[in-house]
Write a protein that binds this ligand. Sequence first.
Ligand code: AMP
Ligand code: ZN
Length: 668
Amino acid sequence: MGVPESIEKRVRQLRKEIEYHSHRYYVLDDPAITDEEFDRLYKELEELEKQYPETITPDSPTQRVGASPARELREVRHSSRLYSLDNTYSEAEMREFDTRVRRALDIDEVDYYSELKIDGLSIIMRYEKGKLVLGATRGDGTTGEDVTDNVKTIRSIPLRLREPLDIEVRGEIFLPKSEFDKVNQDRSEKGLALFANPRNAAAGTIRQLDSREVSKRRLDAFFYQIVEPRGFGLETQEQVISMLRHQGLKGEPNGRHCASLEEVLDFWESWRERKRELNYAVDGVVIKVNRIALHDELGYTAKSPRWAIAFKFPAEQATTRLKEVALQVGRLGTMTPVAELDPVQLAGTTVKRASLHNFDYLQERDIREGDIVVIEKAGDIIPQVIKVVTESRTGREKPISRPSKCPVCAGPAGKTRENDVALRCLNPGCPAKLEKRLSLFCSRGAMDIEGLGEKMIARLIEGGLLNGPADIYSLTKEDLLALGKGIGEKTADNLMAQIGKSRNNALHQLIAGLGIPGVGTKIARDLANYFGSLKAFRNASLDDLMAVPGIGNELAESISSFLLNPMVGEELEIFEKEINAHEDSLQREKPLKGLSFVITGTLDDLTRQEAEEMIVSRGGRVSSSVSKRTDYLVAGENPGSKLEKARTLGARVLNEKEFREVIEGEST
Ligand code: AMP
Ligand code: ZN
């Protein structure tokens, strides 16, 4: 059959356009079209490729993410050995390096090319006829691992070069700082060990077996080396960088030609502090003799080239006192210990708090309250406590124990999976777990707000519109529209209508949505039937709760402490205002709604529990003692003092037969 000529042509054209715009976006950081326009091109290509699978080529932009995970990473031998770099922290050693180079070459001045040293991990890539055929890690320098599928997911790496070259290039892949923060945030919430720095995060990511997972983390890459550069007529490192750029391979943009060592030192000095402004971690400057012909003359030691050296930036550390360890509860209930510090200057900011990761970390390092500790910013980002200055101990420091309770809801703390490092609040309704709580609130068994699914909830939280379920009732259409992308008039109207509708929901739906520990839909119904109104439920005392049939003392206590939480109290107050507390439909189904019963003495045909159930299932309430609010006293044999009291307070007294009539609805 074959593919029509016109289709082939369109596919080729789409690929070209997509490549061009990807380059503008990911490499030049200068998009020429909007995201929507880009998505349209991409979708069109995807569609055509689906209809005509014969047109798919491995370098098509749609083939960045592989379909299935690999079983293991294949080993690859490098075409030539990958050396490591000599490095130093001292200016004196830099001067020695420069002297050695000039002496060996027997010249007075050498010019260098200085590049920022990215703290990521090296990557080797091979293109054949301009097409990406291999991406490999450094490994031991001779043999690395084939990570081609994963490298392809990095959007700034071209699958095809500008020219059909056979070329091998080397560079560094890294996780941008902003991504690193996100990944760690996510890991912390999932209870996984945090990545100590962006380099570990990048290494952990690129060696994954499933490229779909890799593509979720926005890795990026800079290139700085061409193997056999003279084959392409290149004479200096400066030309190497510019040729890479011409072929669409992004380089770190701040590299610079330096006419002498003095300029190199100035360059280093100027980036020592400014590196913090970059969105990638930089741990020093790499200095390379600019003229490639001189590289051969200088040669290599067993480990590294004699024509290059890394001049590292000092690790930024500070020493301060750890005042106390606070507990933070994350969105998913993860409890993280955080060090509250005496404020100290570190890498350009005043640091008052530092991460302690988790309780294992804390115990391994024996960190105590009152300790003098060393803090450091991992990859310039998160201040963390590295170690204790034990010599400064006075003996008054306080060891820290693992919490047994959640600081927010007092629910039990524990690990949800055996090999989790993080402790979590195990109460599913913990107010700290915002997203979960909102999903529960909107779910079918509860307030049933269909448009507020998990994705929408996440967006509203992100947009700062929801800090709890009560906020749903102050959302406006304008709020929703202001979120932009994907939320148009229609969606907003729809959502507002659904929220509006939920204002008339039954009380049991609201109670089920609150996330009270141990209260599911069935208990929510019992509670709603018993109390009849949100107001009565809100003000229920522990005794009131214990009187509800089917609710044991333990559950009553847990409900009571939930209701007493000030945060919950505030929320319920809003619900009382915003949600219709008197549902007519419920009243019709529940003829005894709002009526209060007390049972005394022994009934003939019914046990006390059966009687109670008959009342509660019809919406009435049963109390254990007679009060002014008591409407009916059901009196069996040997009634006792309650009968007297009911009479004086004006409650109607029913015998068993009359009680049945009331229940059957023949008389109320
Ligand atoms: P180190 O791992 O500290 O011994 O430093 C050597 C590593 O620095 C190399 O293997 C590269 O992965 C990395 N690196 C980062 N930026 C550059 C650069 N501009 N030139 C050479 N190597 C670099
Ligand atoms: Zn909790």
